[in-house]
Design a protein around this ligand. Structure first.
Ligand code: BES
Ligand code: ZN
Length: 462
């Protein structure tokens, strides 16, 4: 196992205080992509990212899109014969609400017990930033990198990356790469570096049920007029059978069995289902019968209600028969399910089960393809060595239940293999109040990535 190169390690140690100050500055920008009132902040985070890339020694441009800007950093000093490696991350964050549940304010970074609390600390500003600092270390200490480097930072990951695939396709020659590296995920356990071999995809829907033309007195009309809230509840109840299987006709048609080798790897991971349950605060685990928890999370599709709205929900009681009801429903997908096909199956299903007397409409909000890779070749070997050097331990291969839709697009449009090495931890509260990033993982992760560039130089990229 190699060691973290001393010159890079020393540079990062000497600049530790400044690096932390800069990270805090990045985290103070409330770049909430979902909220238009934060559009100026989101644009400011894009400019901040570009400035940070320039300070690291890359050139950087901010590209306007129909949505939030895309930042591209470039360093091509290795020359046209050398391979090019693209680093992807996102500078946008999830909304911080409910604000009152944060121990310290969401956009005022605070360290407690070795954890850096702030919205975006782990997802994904802290992880994007550690990449920028690893590049800075190379360019400052040695004046060069062993390969050409591109950095692509987007501002719409948390809202479905709608404009990113078209941007990549339109700029395919600018972005042409031999490999893609992403840190936007978590390690399996503290001290256990992890390389991801799969992500689930997503198909996100809104179901609207319209009943009478307006709200009605529930005494004068209830019993005779079909209640849209009840109709929606019935529709939602048909999505699963009693064993937790999804009951939409054709839903599993494209679900592939997982390679035996991957299943064996999964069984070898240190996972305690009871501890997992206890951490969630749920009284029992559920889900699809016949699968372990990790299989349920990584290898099986889901259909979840993400939100429900209907009728009177204020203080006290109001006797009303609501005119409409709405649900947000998302399906996590696994290889080889196609979000567009799931959309048509969902629409057909809802049309079939919707009770007479209401109109049910399904709108597809956004989607992304699932991803799974065979982790063979020099890119992954370099990652194993670099993570081993920094963490003092061989990385494990893990899966993931979450989604990063652009991963499949990188493979499809650029034809480049994708390496996913994340430095979050279980319980990091991504998307929730008190999101945190382990300061140790930030520090060691930065050194792992700095080492990775050397290993790519030595062992090649593909
Ligand atoms: N960083 C996450 C992806 C992720 C989630 C990695 C969980 C590892 C564990 C990313 O920012 C995210 O939240 N993605 C969304 C994608 C969606 C909006 C299309 C997700 O998974 O919900
Ligand atoms: Zn993220």
């Amino acid at each position: 196992m190699p060691a973290v190169p001393a010159d890079l390690h020393d540079y990062l140690s000497q600049h530790d205080a400044r690096i932390q100050r800069e990270l805090f500055e990045f985290l103070r920008i409330p770049s909430v992509s979902a909220r238009s009132e934060h559009d100026a902040d989101t644009a400011r985070a894009a400019e901040w990212t570009a400035e940070s890339l320039r300070a690291a020694g890359l050139t950087a441009t901010v590209h306007q899109t129909e949505g939030h800007p895309v930042v591209v950093g470039e360093w091509r000093g290795a020359g046209p014969a050398a391979p090019t490696v693209l680093v992807y991350g996102h500078y946008d964050v999830q909304p911080a609400e409910p604000l009152e549940l944060w121990t310290s304010p969401a956009f005022e970074p605070t360290i407690r017990d070795g954890k850096l609390f702030a919205r975006g600390s782990v997802d994904d500003k802290g992880q994007l930033f550690l990449h920028i600092k690893a590049l800075e270390a190379h360019l400052a200490v040695r004046g060069r990198l062993p390969v050409n480097v591109l950095v692509l930072a987007e501002g719409e990951e948390e809202v479905g990356s709608e404009h990113l695939a078209p941007f990549i396709a339109a700029n395919a020659s600018l972005l042409a790469s031999d490999a893609v590296i992403i840190s936007d995920s978590a390690m399996f356990a503290p001290g256990l570096p992890s390389i991801l071999s799969s992500l689930r995809g997503l198909a996100y829907f809104q179901i609207d049920v319209q009943g009478p033309a307006q709200d009605l007195h529930s005494g004068s009309y209830g019993g005779a007029v079909v209640n849209p809230a009840m109709a929606l509840a019935r529709i939602l109840a048909t999505l699963h059978d009693d064993a937790g299987h999804i009951a939409i006709a054709g839903f599993y048609d494209d679900v592939r069995d997982w390679p035996a080798a991957v299943r064996t790897q999964m069984k070898g991971l240190p996972f305690d289902a009871e501890q997992f349950r206890a951490e969630t605060g749920a009284t029992a685990l559920g889900g699809e019968a016949g699968y372990t928890v990790l299989e349920q999370l990584w290898t099986r599709p889901t259909c979840e209600v993400n939100g429900l709205l209907s009728g009177y929900t204020g203080e006290g009681a109001k006797t009303v028969l609501p005119a409409r009801a709405m649900a947000k429903v998302s399906c996590r997908l696994v290889p080889d399910q196609d979000p567009a096909k799931i959309e048509s199956l969902m629409k057909a299903h809802v049309a079939r089960v919707a009770p007479a007397g209401v109109t049910a409409t399904v709108t597809h909000l956004h989607g992304g393809r699932p991803w799974r890779a065979e982790l063979n070749g020099p890119l992954y070997d370099a990652a194993r060595r670099a993570l081993g050097a920094a963490f003092g331990r061989e990385p494990v291969i893990t899966g993931e239940g979450g989604s990063i839709p652009v991963v499949g697009d990188f493979e499809r449009i650029l034809g480049a293999p994708v390496l996913l090495v994340g430095f979050g931890l279980p319980g990091e509260n991504a998307h929730a109040p008190d999101e945190w990033l382990s300061m140790e993982n930030f520090t060691v992760g930065m050194r792992a990535i700095a080492t990775l560039w050397d290993e790519l130089g030595t062992g090649g990229v593909r």
